[in-house]
Design a protein around this ligand. Sequence first.
Ligand code: MRU
Length: 349
Amino acid sequence: MKNHIRFSESEQALFLLDQRLLPDKEKWFVCRRVRDVVEAIQTLVIRGAPALGVVAAYGCCLAAASQDHQDPEWQKVVNDKLNQLARARPTAVNLSYIVARMRGYWKADADIGLKDLCWMWHQLAKDVHLEDISANKAMGRIGEKLLADGQTVMTHCNAGALATGGYGTALGVIRAAKSSGKIITVIANETRPFLQGSRLTAYELHKDEIPVKIACDNAAGLLMAKGLVDSVIVGADRIAANGDTANKIGTYSLALLAREHSIPFYVAAPSSTFDPETRTGEDIPIEARPDAEVTRLGGQQITPAGVPVYNFAFDVTPSRLISSIITEKGLLEPPYKQSIAEIVAKRYN
Ligand code: MRU
């Protein structure tokens, strides 16, 4: 997979491969202002928790670059724009975590001029992007040891290169297994309503010649009962201090099914996805998205007009259903409280 997030310093523009159009069209969405970045995040041009963190970092660069240093209010305007970025989507904690990190460097040098702030943030955004890719690769090296040659892994949503700075969390583990000579087949759950599994996971694995088969979300129980699934690996949008994990809607049901069938259920996530401020899964904000994502398909109304729908984008898997959490700093085993506190202590703050 080629880089799907590109920042041009000369043009002061962020180029994002538009994930709404994949796999049909490979088109770039251009962000020149913070409001373009917020729109890209909210309309799912770009999605996936770690990718949102990377894009937020470049968004901070655009926030500063669009100011006039002679405007006495420029600091206040930049601050407001950072708030807009941090709040663009509520569940993926990487977004607010990275904005807080960028703001932290600014606060540490509060008298910095606009030109230097732009330069500093651009260096930092590049670091955030590269760190995410290297965290994914480290997770891959650690996680692939859990898989044996010839196994089949079920995954949900898209936790691949497209959901991160590059390489992927859950799919990074599969890529690393391939690099060490193992043949792993992936079952990509379709993932209604935005179809991140059938459109995006299948797109990137197929491109990289990794065997992938798409299944409807509601086939998971049958496939497990038939013995066709050796393990489940998913990503995460936010992991609470006790290990409860928010991820794409449907993940909780998969974890329950995996437990019933004695199949290991793994979460792969970088340390930027842990939220020590959130005590348990009950405290994680769950995004409700527009009804139209459920009521319409391919521009066509598919439900009776006027019938209300549920469209929660995420659910929470209790930590007791998670066999291990694969992070760039090591494999966490239950109970998670202590090991999560240690991981968080070791990351940038
Ligand atoms: O609504 P999305 O597509 O942003 O949801 C993404 C997920 O749920 C992913 O599984 C999660 O962000 C982990 S991505 C490495």
